[in-house]
Design a protein around this ligand. Structure first.
Ligand code: ATP
Length: 349
């Protein structure tokens, strides 16, 4: 996957990201409705002196779920424990985390839809009754030992809300979906981060970066760092529109913000499969990526940008998708009339 949108494997990138992470709700840009609702939830809990309801956050990678979980703990003045669904393989792993929580702690479970089934069941009783039954031994001699869990708030994050089981979803008292950000909000993200990082950015430079950030703050911050590198080495250090454009050409980010992988997906769809429909796994093989990456990282933005649509028969390139690649869409193709609806068949999870 392109380094510009890939996950944060690099510790340096992780540190750079942490340094610009908003610490309090008031610093969190955009997502006004979610922010207002969270503000009420947290303030009322503080006033009552009790733990707020469990919180479920869904949305594409890099939209601020981890940031919000940290903010929840900060606003409550509570401790924060962070884990992830794939890291919890056995229910014993989860029981150990749960029973070590202090009263009022916030437990953040990223990718909660990937938690193993037995651990998920253990989580139900912890969320509802602040109690877990730890099974000791095997077979007929196995005994369940009930253990108390201090009242805590679970913050679950998922990129695939549709994959959560009903019982799991029902146990969250507050459910919020994070949307892609508007360009003016991303411009604020870029301006704020440039101040923290000490990078001189002209207004038109911030606008240019924001417009190519795929609606995602993480990408806005990452593009800012790459454009800064370019400005320092090949220009006078100031990020202007021209500098941003030249830098993003080097990094293969086009004017809509599509990177190499996004374009590879769209190109495969149009050139190898005649515009579709084609199944997700076939498309993923064609671009040499995991189906999950194509589905969770590329598709939500391509769908939102109106370049790709998901249909019951598979993925199809819209007329705008063809045109974005400089090709003429065939007659009668999906989306050649009205602008395509983001997810016509409700397949987006
Ligand atoms: N609303 C926001 N305002 C300012 N910066 C933000 C906002 N949301 C996210 N960011 C920035 O984007 C980066 C990525 O955010 P975060 O790690 O919270 O995303 P995420 O949704 O948890 O992603 P993933 O699902 O991949 O873990 C953070 O470093 C943060 O600085």
């Amino acid at each position: 996957m392109s380094e510009v949108v890939s996950a944060l494997a690099d510790p340096e990138e992780r540190d750079a990201e942490a340094s610009v992470r908003p610490k309090r709700l008031g610093e969190f840009i955009g997502q006004h409705r979610v922010r207002e609702q969270l503000d009420l939830l947290l303030r009322s809990a503080v006033r009552r002196g009790s733990a707020p309801d469990h919180i479920l956050l869904s949305g594409s990678p890099g939209l601020g779920k981890t940031t919000l979980a940290m903010i929840v703990a900060a606003e409550l003045g509570s401790g924060l424990r962070i884990t992830s669904g794939p890291a919890i393989e056995r229910s014993g792993d989860l029981a150990a985390v749960l029973t070590s929580l202090a009263e009022g702690d916030v437990l953040f479970i990223d990718e909660i839809h990937r938690i193993a089934k037995p651990a998920e069941e253990l989580l139900y009783s912890a969320m509802e009754d602040f109690r877990v039954d730890v099974v000791v031994g095997k077979g007929p001699g196995a005994t369940a030992i009930p253990l108390d869990v201090e009242p805590f708030t679970l913050v679950g994050a998922t990129t695939r809300a549709g994959l959560l089981t009903g019982p799991m979803r029902d146990r969250f008292g507050f459910v919020a979906h994070l949307d892609f950000y508007e360009p003016d909000e991303l411009e604020q993200v870029v301006t704020r981060s440039s101040r923290i990082l000490g990078v001189p950015v002209a207004e038109d430079g911030a606008v240019e970066i924001a417009g190519r950030s795929r609606g995602t703050p993480r990408i806005a911050n990452r593009l800012l760092r790459r454009v800064r590198d370019y400005a320092e080495v090949r220009a006078d250090g100031i990020v202007t529109r021209e500098v941003a454009r030249a830098a993003l050409r080097v990094y293969d980010v086009d004017e809509l913000g599509l990177d190499r992988l996004d374009r590879a997906v769209l190109t495969a769809l149009v050139s190898s499969f005649g515009g579709g429909p084609v199944g997700l796994s076939t498309l993923a093989v064609a671009v040499g990526e995991q189906p999950d990456t194509v589905e969770e990282v590329c598709e939500p933005f391509l769908v939102r940008a109106g370049l790709l649509a998901r249909t019951p028969r598979g993925r199809v390139a819209t007329a705008s998708g063809w045109r974005h690649l400089g090709k003429t869409p065939p007659n009668g193709i999906f989306g050649s009339g009205a602008p395509p609806a983001p997810d016509l068949f409700g397949l987006e999870s």
